[in-house]
Design a protein. Structure first.
Length: 223
């Protein structure tokens, strides 16, 4: 299951090492560091025998959101606009394709704007008294669920490509425009459809079927 684990502006050298270590525990090796803090001896100390994961990490200034077929954002907080999946649900739904699982800053997580760019959200259920987990701990839970589900049938499906999702979203907009909703209502309906399809993590066949259906609906509304 080729998945990039993306850390957005990690603030602690030790956490980078801890994330690399737990990735290697579960046989994942694709680490992406977006505008990170310096990698130091502390990083190496926490990474232990996973120093190769850190050395081979791709370091970039900005996240390339469009590069992936599926981008999963993570948050420790409930009540976000997008429908969230548990790590177990994510493990059961994720399939083959260019996938990124994105983790935010230790101090503030992913911004609202960054979460909006994600296709779906993964939330680790935690105590309401103290919901925010250490970065490497949350990564380890997601890794465990992905590893546990990797041998199951659904995990082998080919997920929809980014081009298909873009086509489908444009069709959503086109159909909604034909329904004469108010601007506010149209935004709500569009966000709802995006949430539902995002949480579903569509396969290529499912996306193709929906594209055909929405094209037919759009043509019917023209007549």
């Amino acid at each position: 299951m080729p998945v990039d684990f993306v850390l957005i502006q990690p603030e602690s050298p030790g956490n980078i090492g801890s994330v690399a270590r737990v990735m290697k525990n579960f046989s994942f090796c694709n680490l992406v560091l977006v505008n990170p803090c310096p990698v130091t001896d502390e990083t190496r100390g926490f990474a232990m025998h996973a120093w190769d994961v850190v050395k081979n990490a791709r370091v970039v200034k900005e996240m390339d959101w469009r590069k992936y077929d599926l981008v999963v954002g993570t948050t420790g907080l409930k009540g976000r606009d997008k429908i969230s999946l548990s790590p177990e649900e994510l493990g059961m739904k994720i399939g083959r394709g260019k996938t990124a699982i994105v983790f935010g800053r230790e101090s503030s997580g992913l911004s609202k704007k960054e979460l909006e760019k994600c296709d779906c959200i993964c939330h680790v259920p935690t105590s309401e008294d103290y919901p925010i987990m250490n970065l490497s701990h949350s990564v380890s839970i997601v890794l465990y669920e992905l590893s546990k589900a990797s041998g199951l049938t659904e995990g082998s499906k080919q997920i929809a490509e980014r081009k298909q999702l873009s086509t489908l979203q444009n069709l959503f907009k086109g159909v909604i425009e034909k329904l004469n909703y108010s601007e506010e209502k149209a935004k709500l309906v569009y966000a709802c459809i995006k949430n539902v399809t995002g949480k579903s993590i569509l396969s290529k066949n499912e996306a193709s079927t929906l594209i055909g259906m929405f094209k037919k609906i759009k043509e019917t509304l023209k007549s």
